[in-house]
Write a protein that binds this ligand. Structure first.
Ligand code: ADP
Ligand code: ZN
Ligand code: ZN
Length: 737
């Protein structure tokens, strides 16, 4: 036979740079092309640097003539399987993001930096041939050795991590090793261990829960909205669903909001699935732990993956179900870099893998509600609280022309006192942290502004500082006016710190626990802070939205919402939706145990129709009304919306760049009923960290009109941008700020 013509082998790689294209390289010198497979990481030279790239394709032709060789394989393992690569390509297309940056965003930091995956290879203990030959009843005189021997005999090889969790210690293992009965072998990575939890049995499902569970078919793709009141037992439904797919040998992915992934949540899940391996993926982990758990998920060793937003991009070779808890939560949307929505990607992932997707919330986003009402998603509902808890009673307390004490009406303070005196707990929700949101001079009207942002500085009294909550600028507190030197300076309004002072004075006999970003640097700190409240002693909790979700505190019978008005008058069309969700979620903290709950909502506008609707009919009716309003106004979800954003330190540059971007887009798609442009307009926070920020809002009747236009404007922007200017396309933008 004739020898075949020498084929060229060209590697097509996703390189982590902000360019919307792939890059071709030759294979590393001395490496046999047979060892190359799509999904592997490789080191490549790029513009004088060394970068970690991902191999996507092996081809024979390249449009580029002088190709450089890649430097070396990072690991022989394929990190991104076919399914994962398909999802990541979808993300790059839909969100107009450079594919290299999408892969970088999918990787945990340690792997992004090029650490080889075998760094986390695990040692596994297995029986030797001799060990396998022993009868089951052997080793009766050494019970610990026998227990380990029997485990290996019945369940097969065990990872070092798992043996440690089960309490099989080194001397016992060593003893069996000395007898030649067991041996260590290298094997796949397992997740970083979670804190141990007592195994707890599942409660009997109530009929609503059972019906919901029966409606979810695990044999193929479906998307469901589970709209269930707070405390209706949604988490229990998730656990059963997970059980079902685990029994079928598949992996379960549970996404939770950033604030929701507390040690309490992890304990609850670990306690239900003591035999399964659980990978937690969140920002509280050390880089090494995170890489380890990610590899265990990607390799298929982890049965359950619980994570925040970015966990959606973890490769999962045996995926069986995707669940998104509190699907309305804003933290599912990435606000910089690759600006994806993990909640929307959950549905794409489910469809790609032909598995069910469940989006759960007591206060569904209008996007998801829209899909459920128009039949695209299955709409499942749970209206009653599980166990014996009853829904709380809600009352509005008018605050206009009332003699308020540091922002609280006398009636509200009286109710707090009564609650504590009965031995119960009260929770006060305040939506800003710090002592006071502004500091002003009574004589000349000076206001403490941030020098880098168009915003005021918040006073933090205990640290004696003024801080910007947008860029973290800090300066010492002043006690005279920098402008006129007057010493009469006032703090305007109240944040958590100021309310804490008042409440601690008023209710000096009880612990007052403040929960906000300043008191809870870590997730463990929050858990610890809440420990006395979980004990059930009478106490007063006050804090920001960190208190709104995830915590099950059965002794809380009174919830106070200090100010309900903020979101009702914002320039952001999503603000009423978010306010409604927050109020309903906070109110849902009341009366979750056997004691019934009461919610007091302070407002200057108790007659506001939206507030009335929310308080009288609940979030469900409120959200449906907002949805009708959005449809009339042709706003999302009745239309598709993207922002083209730009920011620059030079005043005027971002605006001018966007003017040109708009002209370019209009030359391709003139304004019409199908496609509309607004702007450039300044962002709600016009200046942030020293940069002036603008955006153009592009609204289209459907996404098919929007996508190609956005792709073209990205290509245009890559060619026309100034080095000092930052720009981005924000598809399905959630914030106008
Ligand atoms: P949600 O996630 O909807 O807020 P959870 O699943 O946390 O609700 O349930 C609220 C409380 O009710 C929890 O304490 C949970 O243990 C309990 N619970 C849930 N389902 C049942 C059930 N079927 N029987 C008894 N208690 C239940
Ligand atoms: Zn002054
Ligand atoms: Zn600032």
């Amino acid at each position: 036979m004739q020898e075949s013509v020498q084929q060229r082998v060209i590697l097509r790689l996703a390189v982590p740079v902000p360019l919307r294209r792939l890059f071709d390289y030759l294979p590393p010198e001395g490496l046999s092309p047979e060892s190359l497979r799509p999904g592997q990481r490789l080191w490549v030279p790029f513009a004088g640097r060394k970068l970690v790239a991902v191999l996507l394709d092996i081809v024979q032709e390249s449009p580029h003539s002088s190709l450089k060789p890649a430097l070396e394989l990072v690991d022989s393992e394929v990190l991104f399987g076919d399914g994962s690569r398909k999802l990541l390509s979808w993300i790059a297309d839909y969100y107009q993001a450079p594919l290299g940056e999408v892969y970088a965003a999918a990787l945990p930091v340690a792997l992004r930096k090029g650490k080889p995956s075998d760094h986390w290879a695990e040692q596994w203990l297995q029986l030797t041939t001799e060990g396998k030959g022993l009868p089951k009843t052997a080793l009766a005189r050494a019970p610990k050795q026998q227990a380990l021997f029997q485990l290996l005999l019945s369940d097969g090889k065990q990872s070092r991590t798992h043996l440690k969790t089960l309490g099989h210690n080194t001397p016992v293992i060593r003893a069996l090793q000395d007898r030649g009965l067991v041996e260590w072998i290298p094997g796949p990575t397992v997740p970083a261990p979670l804190p141990a939890a007592e195994s707890t049995p599942a409660p009997e499902l109530n009929s609503e829960q059972q019906q919901v569970l029966d409606s979810i078919d695990c044999s193929g793709f479906s998307a469901s909205l589970l709209e269930g009141t707070t405390g209706s037992g949604k988490t229990e439904v998730y656990l059963r669903l997970m059980q079902r797919v685990l029994d079928g040998g598949r992996q379960a992915l549970l996404l939770v909001p950033e604030i929701g992934l507390t040690p309490q949540t992890l304990r609850r899940i670990a306690a239900r699935f003591p035999k399964h391996s659980i990978a937690a993926l969140h920002s509280g982990l050390a880089d090494g732990e995170r890489a380890q758990s990610w590899l265990a998920a990607a390799g298929g060793q982890a049965d359950i993956v619980i994570g925040t937003r970015s966990a959606i991009m973890t490769p999962l070779p045996r995926l069986g179900v995707v669940i998104v808890d509190e699907e309305h939560d804003a933290s599912f949307k990435q606000q910089d870099g690759v600006r994806y929505s993990a909640r929307d990607l959950a549905v794409v992932l489910g469809r790609n893998n032909n598995v069910p997707v469940v989006l759960g919330s007591a206060t569904p986003s209008l996007e998801t509600l829209h899909n459920a009402l128009n039949g695209r998603y299955q709409h499942l509902r749970m209206r009653y609280r599980a166990g014996d808890a009853k829904p709380p009673q809600i009352h509005v307390v008018p605050t206009l022309r009332e003699p308020l004490e540091e922002g609280f009406s006398p009636q509200v303070l009286r109710h707090i006192g009564d609650t504590l005196a009965r031995g119960e707990q009260a929770l006060v929700f305040i939506n800003r942290r710090g002592f006071a949101p502004a500091l002003t001079c009574d004589d000349c009207g000076w206001l403490a502004d941030c020098p880098h942002c168009s915003s005021k500085l918040t006073m933090h009294r205990r640290q004696r500082q003024l801080r910007c909550h947008h860029c973290d600028y800090r300066r010492p507190l002043v006690d005279s006016c920098p402008q006129c030197h007057s010493r009469s300076i006032s703090a305007l309004g109240a944040g958590t710190e100021r309310s804490e002072e008042l409440l601690a004075r008023r209710f000096a006999d009880y612990p007052v626990i403040r929960v906000d970003r300043d008191t809870t640097a870590s997730k463990q700190a929050l858990d610890k802070l809440l420990a006395p409240a979980r004990e059930g002693e009478p106490c007063l909790l006050l804090g920001t939205q960190m208190l709104a979700k995830g915590h099950h505190l059965p002794k809380v019978t009174l919830v106070v919402i200090q100010d309900a008005d903020g979101g009702l008058f914002s320039a952001d069309f999503r603000a009423p939706e978010r306010t409604g969700q927050l109020l309903e979620q906070v109110a849902g903290r009341a009366g979750r145990g056997s004691l019934s709950g009461r919610v007091l909502v302070q407002s200057r506008f108790p007659e506001h129709p939206l507030l009335q609707l929310l308080l009288e009919k609940g979030y469900g009716a409120f959200a449906r009304q907002l949805l009708r309003d959005r449809t009339v106004a042709q706003l999302p979800p009745a239309s598709a919306m993207a922002l083209v954003r730009a920011e620059c330190e030079e005043p005027g540059w971002a605006e001018e760049f966007l003017q040109n971007a708009r002209l370019f887009m209009q030359s391709l798609a003139p304004p019409s009923p199908q496609i509309q442009y607004l702007g450039p307009v300044p962002a709600l926070l016009e200046r942030k960290s020293g940069r002036f920020r603008f955006y153009i809002q592009v609204t289209a009747q459907n996404r098919a009109h929007l996508q190609p236009l956005l792709a073209r404007v990205c290509a245009w922007a890559e060619g026309n941008k100034n080095r000092r200017l930052r720009w981005a396309v924000d598809m399905d933008a959630q914030e106008l700020s």
